[in-house]
Design a protein around this ligand. Sequence first.
Ligand code: DLZ
Length: 163
Amino acid sequence: MSSAHKNLSVFATDDLPDVSHRRFAILVAEWNTEVTEALFNGAYETLLAYGAKAENIIRGNVPGSYELTLGAQWFAQRDDIDAVIALGCVIQGETKHNDYINHAVAQGLTNVSLKTGKPVIFGVLTPNDQQQALDRAGGKHGNKGDEAAMTAIKMLGLQKLVY
Ligand code: DLZ
């Protein structure tokens, strides 16, 4: 950082917080489980790799991605949960069903985050087909579950700076 900014209070996202006492909920949609289980593994392992304790991570399954919103609200409303990671995979179909689900989940998770003041991470893949999903669930384009976990950790770091 330049000396002109030396008194600036800043949270840099490479300056990760201690999350050893933070509690995380990971929600997993049961549609397209090959993908969502890979997302879960990525998120879970990333939380552990960055210092979260296994006993501070709780998993909840929901039937489909549409249900991530209410599930996220239930967890985020708990005093002992600091951040929620919502994982799902909505594959494009022959109708617009997927669009409705995707918009509802994105908006719903945003609402839960703002209502509870907690990080609620959108870890939902919206691919055209299953291969695109697998490419982003531990394949050639990485794992969106890892990214979702990192996003939760970074937001907790920012929250600590603000409060
Ligand atoms: C109905 C439906 C469809 C067509 N596709 C998906 C999908 O690709 N991924 C997913 O997570 N869920 C899907 N669902 C289920 C909905 O999310 C929801 O569970 C049902 O509409 C019941 O509310």
